[in-house]
Ligand binder design. Sequence first.
Ligand code: SF4
Length: 506
Amino acid sequence: MINIIFDNADNKELFEGAAISICRAFFPDDQVVSSSDDDHTLDDSALSLTKESRTLYLKFEMGVVRVFTGDVENAMRVRTDDDHSMTEAVRSTLKKLLYSTLETALEGRSLPWGCLTGVRPVHFLSKLIRREGSEEAAVRVFENEFHVSRKKSKLALSVYQKQQSILKDMREGYSLYVGIPFCPSVCLYCSFVSYPISAFGGMVDKYMMALKREMEVCASLMKDKTPVSVYIGGGTPTALSIEQLTFLMECLKDNFDLSSVDEFTCEAGRPDTINDEKMAVLKEYGVNRISVNPQTMNQSTLDIIGRHHTPRQTELAFECARRAGFDNINMDIIMGLPDEGYYELERTLTAIELLGPDALTVHSLAVKKGSTLMEKLITRDMSTLSLNVTGQMQDLVTSYVQDMGMEPYYLYRQKRITDNIENIGYAKPGKHCIYNVITMEETQSVLALGAGAISKRVYDDPEREAKAPDGTMRRRNIERCDNVKEVAAYIERIDEMIDRKRALFG
Ligand code: SF4
């Protein structure tokens, strides 16, 4: 167990998340707890950083953060800038300080992403490049100040450069996201908004009607712009019946000018939802990119994770999509699934290479709160299953994607991701997903419709000032609003969801 003690309750509230994230990154299997020493009764002898006892004391005073761990006392001065509040600057300093303290205490054990715990390291690097004025200077800060390894900084830089080449040709407009939160069954690791369609079948039509209403009003808010990309995600949109899928496409066509859309993606994630008729509907309405997601090509793993399909069904679904004329097909896989190691991953990659997709998105398993997998691991139903991703497994992926002629173009990290690594989107030249790049780099507004969808408005003026959550005025050119996640609440409160969009885009 790691015990973090803050000098007072206010600081605990403000900085607990940052301190815990670094400790968890170093000690993923340990419990991390925190408390505050408001009445100053802490006994210094309790502080130590050994295998047997890990107790840290954190003190914040006069623009300096200090950490005490028994014999060791480290301190770091807080540096502020115009883009960040004092609270954010202290948080960032605390992470760097804790990182270097733990790295030294653990005799040089480093983490590939250093003290970066955020979701979008490439976005962070691109901000550094703007601030520092050159890629070289930014990479130096990335590696020296934030302790990112050379391997990861090279990866982040190559993704950044690829994204810049994609974004420079992008016309003005916005992206449209539509969420269909239904799936044939719910996968064990799922933490998305997803309902098994068989049990919630009665709700689907009501959901589609609410979505239609949201589309009708929200389309008028964007009437002087046209969408650059459309992304129908979920859930599994192809879990809808032919009639429902056609209804959805008609609604989109009626409300939005899709004549100049550069990319129109529909996730067809579960192979057991793909057939010739559905592919024909998607094709007819202009979908030009789909995703067929095996996650693994090993039957025993599919059985464990609750995906009720076979590897053969994935192959047939892929062939079906090709037959329908799709020339941009992405496949998703997950590394670190229960009881999968190098051998199982190689089997999956070999089967995928034979199919020849245009893009491959490689996730690492993230055991998220609320997922059935998390519950089962906690209740020990599955405590004997191993979940890990080794360096050899990552190298194996790199060698396969290179053989398939793909390059990384998109990268993000998740909380509780196995072995603290990252998810990477690879694509053949010209087969990347524009929507993915836009959402990562936040270069365009996203109008997002459906349960759990999060809309973003990106203002043209990068110097725009607005009130931050801590009440201070700061540079802020992005505002967000979200829809409720539960389908029943979304249907019932559709007017409120529309009003939120009016407030954001109106
Ligand atoms: S297919 Fe995706 S959205 Fe659906 S249950 Fe599985 S992980 Fe969740």
